[in-house]
Design a protein around this ligand. Structure first.
Ligand code: SDX
Length: 431
């Protein structure tokens, strides 16, 4: 991309600093402040990174005003309708849609890495049965670095590739094992003769006592949920993975850090919190009570599944998820699902309320996903692990992009210090 000749001039206290402006292929211009401290002796301050670009990337772009999400330029609604998760994984990882031969090779490589080292089973025995599956997932994915030493040297492009495939292939197996362990059922091994989404459903719901046939409607819905959650620019968990990886830490530990960050209810934990909120509301007549709480400055309650740092319009993923919820529940013969009715009425009322309109708060990806997952038979505790399974490819793709950049340096933010200036120690008898 041609370097821009545009500059922004910052003048203060008799100093003037010219800062280069970089023009992206999409989105707002970026003022490059990397030389600001050296030339002007000041920092910038942006605690939530609301106006700060942390990196250059070619993977995903979000137009928050239009409500558009592009993966390598392809709109998410087209990918959700026409593609499937492993093809989207290839697109995110390698930059273009694969040929038929490339896709077959990629799917074969992932399929043949879905089993985990048999000794990893022992890790689960150390957790309480009632541990949240996210706690187990964080622990066991981090432990992958204790088993797969031959793909932890990030300076070796081949080891980076092997680690990428291993994580995309094994995280669903580990997530399914975390679920099985939490309900006291035996682990179910992956199979090589069914596709990625069907494999995950089978590892979660099959039992040795009988045959299990994956419902193709459920498999398609599962695949679509995976596709919708795959990547999303520099969200909190992806930024966590990038920062952890910038120190040169091994990829398994860095993805475990991303899983930990995703768990929060303001981020990936919102899908669980949202369904629990919809169940607490229970019936449409109680919606005004919860809307009032969401608007009350003195009440920490927030409408889960609503609002977004970037989207100031409908999250395009929520639109597809809402359509899928109608389709899946209808195809599964679940009519008049009370939780779905509450969700739709809550959306309607909120989007007419000036508080939500003024603040541009719309349903996000987490608002409808839980309704589908609940109908498929998952407990709410498995909602965020499923988000983590899907987002692994996004974390890995962003990790690969950063690690393979020769200009990469360790991330080390500065601060606005407002604590004590230097003072001398006082002996305890003089305090
Ligand atoms: C995900 O970043 C990503 O891309 C994340 C994600 C991905 O794919 O990786 O999209 C996945 O995390 C989706 C978001 C899931 N979280 C939730 O649904 C939790 C509920 N939402 C909020 O906590 C909130 O909307 C955030 C965290 C999502 C965004 O918060 P911001 O950008 O920091 O916005 P803010 O907190 O500054 O809110 C702006 C205003 C505030 O009011 P004022 O202080 O200006 O008066 O809007 C209000 C907020 O109080 N507000 C809400 C609200 N969300 C924001 N009020 C009520 N209910 C809400 N849900």
């Amino acid at each position: 991309m041609a370097e821009s000749t545009k500059t922004a001039t910052l003048s203060f206290e008799g100093k003037t600093v010219d800062l280069p402006i970089r023009t992206p292929t999409a989105g707002p211009d970026v003022v490059d402040i990397s030389k600001l401290y050296a030339q002007g002796g000041v920092f910038t301050h942006d605690p939530g990174y609301t106006s700060t670009s942390s990196c250059e990337s070619k993977i995903t772009f979000i137009d928050g005003d239009k409500g558009e999400l592009l993966h390598r330029g392809y709109p998410i609604d087209q990918l959700a309708q026409k593609s499937h998760y492993l093809e989207v994984c290839y697109l995110l990882l390698y930059g273009d849609l694969p040929t038929a031969a490339e896709l077959e090779d990629f799917e074969s490589r992932v399929t043949n890495h879905t089993m985990v080292h048999e000794q990893m089973h022992n890790f689960f025995r150390g957790f309480r049965r009632d541990a949240h599956p996210m706690a187990t997932l964080v622990g066991v994915v981090g432990a992958m670095s204790a088993f797969y030493h031959d793909s932890t040297d990030i300076s070796d492009p081949w080891q980076r590739e092997v680690a990428s495939i291993r994580m995309i292939a094994k995280v669903p197996t580990i997530a399914a094992m975390a679920y099985k362990y939490s309900i006291g059922q035996p682990f179910v091994y992956p199979r090589n003769d069914i596709d990625y989404a069907a494999n995950f459903l089978r590892m979660c719901f099959a039992v040795p006592a009988e045959d299990y046939e994956v419902d193709p409607i459920m498999a398609r819905a599962m695949d679509r949920i995976f596709t919708l959650h795959a990547d999303h620019e520099q969200n909190a968990s992806t930024s966590t993975v990038r920062l952890a990886s910038s120190s040169g830490a091994n990829p398994f530990a860095c993805i475990a850090a991303g899983i930990a960050c995703l768990w929060g209810p303001a981020h990936g934990g919102a899908n669980q919190a949202c369904l629990e909120m919809l169940r607490e509301i229970g019936t449409p007549d109680r919606i005004p009570e919860f809307i009032a709480r969401a608007k009350d400055k003195d009440d920490p309650f927030r409408l889960m599944g609503f609002g977004h740092r970037v989207y100031k319009n409908f999250d395009p993923r929520a639109k597809v998820m809402k359509q899928s919820a109608d389709e899946v529940l209808d195809l599964m013969g679940i009519h008049d699902n009370p939780t779905l009715q509450v969700a739709k009425e809550l959306e309607r009322i909120a989007l007419e309320d000036e508080y939500f309109v003024d603040k541009k708060l719309y349903p996000n990806v987490d608002f409808y996903s839980g309704i589908i997952l609940d109908a498929m038979g998952f407990p709410t505790s498995m909602f965020t692990p499923i988000f983590a399974v899907s987002r692994t490819v996004g974390w890995v793709s962003q990790w690969k992009e950063m690690i393979s950049d020769p200009a990469m340096k360790i991330g080390r933010p500065r601060q606005l210090y407002t604590g004590h200036t230097r003072r001398d120690y006082v002996d305890v008898e003089n305090r």
